[in-house]
Every structure is written in C-alpha cells, then in structure tokens.
Design a protein around this ligand. Structure first.
Ligand SMILES: [Zn+2]
Length: 324
C-alpha cells in the first residue's frame, strides 16, 4: 500500500511515517494486548477452587462470549483448568487469572462438553502443553461442529474478538463407566463421562478434597437449561448425581457455586413440567406447534432467557417422547 501511494505528497509522507511506526510497534502491541490482558475475575468457592462467573445472556457483542462458568483447581503439583470460555481472548484472561494465583504449571485443561462457551478458550493454553481432556465423544463432536461455530464467532461476539480462537480437541478422553483420576498434588480429581444428557459428551469433575463437583451444563441455575441431548437421559443423570456424595456444585451457568442437591431443584421441576406437558399432547395427536404454545408456561417468570429457549426445549422434548 505504502509503495503504491504517490511519492512526495506531504499527506502520504505523514501517513507512511505513522504506518511505519505502527508496523514497527505492532508486534509489541500484539504482545502487550495478550501479555497485559486483564485477568478474569475469579472467586475461590472452596479451598483452591477458583470460578469465573459468566453473564446470563447468549453470547453477544457486549459480553464477547463470556457467558459460562469456567475456572480452575490448584493442587500442590499443578493446576487443572475446567472449561476455557468462549474465545482465545477469554481463555488467555483465564490463564492470567491462574497466573495471578499460582506459579505452578497448568497440567490439564478439561472440557465439560463441546459447546463453544466452554471450549473456545482452549488454544490459549497451548504453550503450557497440558493434557486436554474430554468425553470420548468430544473429539467427533468438535470435528462436526467446530468449524460451524468458528465461522460465526466474530458475528456473535464482535469484530476481532474471535482472533486466535481455534478448535482444540482433547489429547486424552474419558469413557462412560471408566472414570479417570487426576492427581494434581495433595488432591485428586475424578472425571466422569455420562450417557446422553445435556449433550452426548457431558463430563463432570469431582474434587475429592472438598466434595465439590463441576457439573458443566448438566446443571443450569437462573438461566433456563438448553436441550442438546435427551431430556429423559438428562433426568436420569440428575437422579444419579442426586445420589452422589457432593457438598457443593459449580453449575455450568448460574452462581459460582451452590449447595447440593438443592441446586438442581428448579431444573428438575422444569423437566417434569416439560415431560408432563408434552406427553398428553402427543397422546391426543397434537402437534409440536400445539405443544410449543402450551407447555412450560408456568416456568416463564422463573428463568432468564425463557422465551429464547423454551420453544426449542419443548420441540426437542416432543420429538424425543414421540417415540415412547
Ligand atoms: Zn452447554
């Protein structure tokens, strides 16, 4: 561009000067923009467990994709990150939060499921060379959906915000029925993979030391749950989680932590209302449109984003229960 402008024009000279200065400093500017990125605000919800609370919105140009609860667990030997946020930038800011708490290495980056608000910060940790861990079905889901999510990311979270974001697949996976133990020094994390529930690749992280369970999106609080798997499967998983010895949970969306099993009361009630509302409509030969118009209305003022997600949830419940 510079070479092609008319030589000698004062404007061009001035412009080229500034462009040269900018070019000279751009690597520094880039480094500064990542190196000095503001750490995400985190809260220590139990000894050594730090959570950043996302906003109860869909990803948009104001929140830049910062909508999920993400965080990390600090052991004596190193750190396990649990979910990484909706972009490289958010992942980097989470990494800065880790660095503000400890100098220990980041050993593991765990993804609770495929959704971009939980996985798109993965690339920010590549330099730490952690093991990336997820459900055995996660790699395939990332391959199937990653590019689709990525192509739309800028549009959703704002121009330039998606920069650096990549699909980073697990290097190690957890199979259903075969929990994985991670010893991060002085504390053991148990990773459990579940059958189809919120998605077909849900994974929880249990910290044995404090009895804290990272549920990922198996538990939504305050913000309405979104169905991307199976309502009956999800209900079954919740029953199983209710039977586990858990002191508190960190929900995928909602407060930084909450006591168990009370934390899932609202979600279970909503699921019952969906199932109890949809079944008779199917039985009477009603349509999805009938169901969407009628089901779940009693929950409308109990959830944020109700109008955005209830129709989809009713539709998915209908298509699943249709086959009973
Ligand atoms: Zn999700």
């Amino acid at each position: 561009m510079l070479q092609r402008s008319v030589p000698g024009s004062p404007f061009t000279r001035e412009r080229s000067h500034w462009l040269r200065v900018l070019t000279l400093f751009s690597p520094i500017v880039f480094l500064a923009s990542t190196a000095c990125a503001e750490p995400l605000a985190v809260e220590e919800v139990a000894e050594g467990i730090f959570v950043h609370t996302g906003s109860h919105q869909d990803a948009n140009r104001e929140n830049h994709g910062d909508i999920a609860n993400i965080g990390f667990v600090v052991g004596d030997r190193g750190v396990a990150v649990v979910d990484t946020g909706g972009s490289y930038r958010l992942g980097w800011r989470l990494r800065e939060a880790v660095k503000s708490v400890t100098d220990l290495p980041i050993l593991y980056v765990i993804n609770t499921h495929v959704h971009p608000d939980h996985t798109f910060g993965n690339a920010a940790f590549a330099g730490d060379e952690p093991e990336y861990i997820g459900h055995t079905k996660l790699p395939r889901q990332m391959a199937a959906r990653g590019d689709y999510y990525l192509a739309r990311l800028d549009e959703f979270i704002g121009e330039g915000q998606a920069e650096g974001t990549k699909v980073v697949s697990p290097t190690r996976t957890v199979a259903i029925g075969k929990p994985v133990e991670l010893d991060i020094g002085g504390r053991v994390l148990i990773l459990i993979a579940y059958p189809q529930a919120h998605t077909n690749n849900d994974l929880t992280v249990m910290d044995l030391k404090t009895g804290t369970l990272w549920t990922g999106d198996l538990v939504f609080m305050e913000r309405i749950p979104s169905m991307d798997g199976s309502i009956l499967g999800w209900k079954k998983v919740l029953e199983r989680l209710r039977g586990m010895k858990i002191t508190k949970i960190i929900p995928g969306h909602g407060p930084a932590s909450a006591s168990w099993p009370e934390a899932q009361n609202a979600q279970s009630r909503y699921f019952e209302e969906l199932i109890a509302g949809v079944r008779p409509i199917i039985k009477q030969g009603g349509t999805i449109t009938d169901a969407v118009a009628a089901v779940g209305k009693g929950e409308a003022d109990k959830w944020e984003l109700f109008d955005d997600y209830n129709p989809g949830n009713v539709t998915k419940t209908f298509t699943e229960l249709e086959w009973e």
